[in-house]
Each structure stands twice: as C-alpha cells, then as structure tokens.
Design a protein around this ligand. Structure first.
Ligand code: M6R
Length: 365
C-alpha cells in the first residue's frame, strides 16, 4: 500500500508530478486555460466580482496566501486571506459581488465549512477547492475545482498543497482570460510553464542528497528560522509548519525584511536558517538579509534558482530548483522543504505519518 516507500508521506511527496499532471489534465486548451465547463455556474459572477476571500486552515491556508499574490497579480482583483477559525468571528464584509474561495483537502474541516456556510448566508458566491469528490465542501459550494491528488493518507499534507496551488494558478489564469487582464501571449507563456512543472518537480525528487545532509545536521537543534520575501515568504510558512508538525522542532517563518524589527536578536552562533531566494524582483534585498543573519553567526541553507552563481557566496550550503515563471516557483520551492521535514523526522526517529496530537481531518471546531 505504500508502494515500496517507507512512509505514506514519502510516497505522497513522490506522487506530486503525477498529481500535478492529473490536476492539469483537460483544463489546458489551445495554449490557454479553460474552466468554463467546470465553473459554468459562476460564469457571470466571475466577470463581476470585485473582491475575493480565500479561507482555509493549515496547509490549505498557506496555499491561500499564494493565491492572494497570484490572483492580485494576474487578475487584478483585491484578495484577502483568512484562517477559517478566525473568519466568521471578525464579521467579514461579504456582499453578492464577493467570491469566497474555500480550500480544503478533505472537504470536511469544521471551521472551513462554517466559513463556507457563513458566506452563502450573506449572499456571496462560494468556490470550493477540494480533493475529495462528494465531500461537504464539494456538495455545498456553488462550484468546485477538484484537485486530483488522489488519497492523501499521511497527516502532513504534501501533494494536496501542490495541487491546490495548481488549482489556484488555473483559476487565476482563467480569470485573467475572462477579464482581459492578460494577453494571449502572456497566457500562452504561462500555460507552457505550468505544463513543465511535473517534470521539474521530478528533477528535484531525483536528487535529495543535499537535503538529506542538511536534515541530519539540524536534527539535534530545537530552534531554527525560515526566511523569504514575496511568494517565498508564503512558501517558508508551509515549510515551517511541515517541520514543526513531524519533527517537533520549533521554527519561525519570517518575512526576511522584518527580521531587524525584532527577531534578529535571536540569531546567534550556529542557529540554522533556511533562506529562500527564488524571486527575482526581491533577490538583491534577500541576499542582504542573508548577509545580516550570516554576520550574527547563523548557518544558512540557501535555496535558489539553477544558474544562480551568487547565492552560494553568501550561504553555507545551497540547494537549487529549476527555473520557471516567478509566480510558479512555490510549487518547486516547497518540494525540498517537504523532503527536509521528512528526513529530519526520520533522523529524530519519529512517527512521520502519525505525528503526536494531530488528526488527518479536523472535524471539530
Ligand atoms: O483537509 P483540510 O485541507 O481542510 O485540512 C486543513 C489542515 O488541517 C491541514 O492542512 C493541516 O494543516 C495539515 N496537517 C498540514 O500538514
């Protein structure tokens, strides 16, 4: 049942190329994205909505954080992101021209369902992104975009996250097409780049050695930091959650530019820092932030793009990922972080698939 892997989590990490392919299948047509059939019940709404709320928990919330940047950039619609357990208590401003996108692997998370119901009650439209056909989210949302990751057994979510990102990209590109915010040429380029992701993830999975080494080196630590800027900041939040969840090592995921407003005080000799530098628009700034932590004695693992010859000069170890459009790098950047959490948990001799205190599906509030 584990298909030759020691754990479900490792199997599911390795299933990502296929899961991404399956989630893309049938949705790319003529160099563009077509969701008109799946989202037919929302076609008028999608042209008219004036804001979007992403609401979800845990890893799915982290997918929503990426969703905000992507939708705003591609479709120019203002987006808010909330953790579902906070959403309805803050009295969100919901109108008929608000689209609420709930994201849930299981489709049964109690807080996420409560948010969905609150949105519908207020007359807003709801799009569900879920991995389970016939789940409560799939049944109750106005329309559904399925992720086709297949069953996810490990408590730590991996392939569900990457396919949620794919669903969000497809949705954003479709919106851009409907609303005319991106040209045919831009959509064509994006379609080509997204189609290349499965093979690019595979290349990362085929070379885990550097990550395994770094995992062994942090196994004895109790505290570490993840830093990134822009989309990398959202990705490090997911990397940090994954590591906490299955290795029980405490970590903070910081927007690198915020460090010197307080957290830099915690950086001292030998503290591990995992620094993502995949976003060209903030690359120079990110390198300056890395130099700041290095100067305080941090031991830095830098994650950058293939062909980057600069990063290695400022860090102790480097991992590279293939190049894609900056918008799509989260799919590639998260893969080494998933592997890092996995191999660290193994090095600490823990129960990877069933971490303490956690359940796969959280059906109580
Ligand atoms: O089934 P859902 O996507 O609604 O679950 C949400 C979270 O409980 C889930 O992502 C959780 O954070 C994972 N264990 C993280 O790996």
């Amino acid at each position: 049942e584990k298909g030759g892997y020691d754990h479900f989590m490792l199997k599911e990490i390795h299933e990502q190329p296929k899961a991404i392919r399956d989630t893309l299948a049938g949705r790319l047509k003529d160099d563009s994205v077509d969701l008109s059939w799946e989202l037919s019940g929302l076609s008028d709404d999608l042209k008219q909505i004036d804001k979007i709320h992403f609401v979800a928990c845990g890893t799915a919330y982290h997918a929503g954080l990426i969703g905000k940047s992507v939708v705003e950039k591609v479709a120019r619609i203002p987006v808010e992101v909330d953790v579902a357990s906070e959403y309805r208590y803050r009295d969100p401003i919901l109108t008929p021209s608000t689209l609420v996108v709930v994201i849930s692997q299981s489709g049964e998370t109690a807080d996420t369902l409560a948010a969905l119901r609150e949105a519908k009650k207020a007359g807003s439209k709801v799009l569900g992104i879920t991995n389970v056909v016939g789940s409560s989210v799939a049944r109750e949302a106005d329309e559904v975009l399925m992720t086709w990751a297949g069953p996810e057994i490990a408590v730590a979510s991996t392939k569900a996250y990457t396919t949620q990102l794919i669903a969000i990209y497809l949705f954003s590109l479709y919106l851009a097409r409907l609303r005319g915010t991106w040209s045919e040429e831009e959509l064509k380029r994006a379609t080509a780049a997204i189609s290349a992701l499965p093979e690019q993830v595979q290349r990362i999975l085929d070379a885990p050695e550097a990550i395994q080494r770094f995992a062994r080196s942090i196994a004895e630590h109790e505290d570490l930091f993840f830093i990134g800027r822009g989309l990398d900041h959202a990705v490090v939040k997911e990397g940090s959650l994954k590591l906490k969840e299955i290795s029980y090592i405490h970590s903070d995921a910081y927007a690198a530019g915020e460090l010197k407003h307080g957290t830099l005080a915690l950086i001292e000799d030998g503290v591990p820092v995992i620094a993502l530098a995949t976003q060209p628009s903030v690359y120079e700034k990110m390198v300056s932030n890395i130099i700041e932590v290095k100067a305080r004695g941090a031991r830095v693992l830098g994650l950058g793009l293939e062909g980057d010859t600069e990063l290695a000069k400022s860090v102790d170890e480097t991992i590279t990922i293939p190049e894609t459009l900056p918008l799509f790098t989260p799919v590639l950047a998260v893969t080494p972080l998933q592997l890092l959490a996995y191999y660290t948990s193994i090095a600490r001799g823990l129960d990877v698939d069933k971490p303490r205190n956690l359940a796969k599906s959280v059906t109580v509030e």
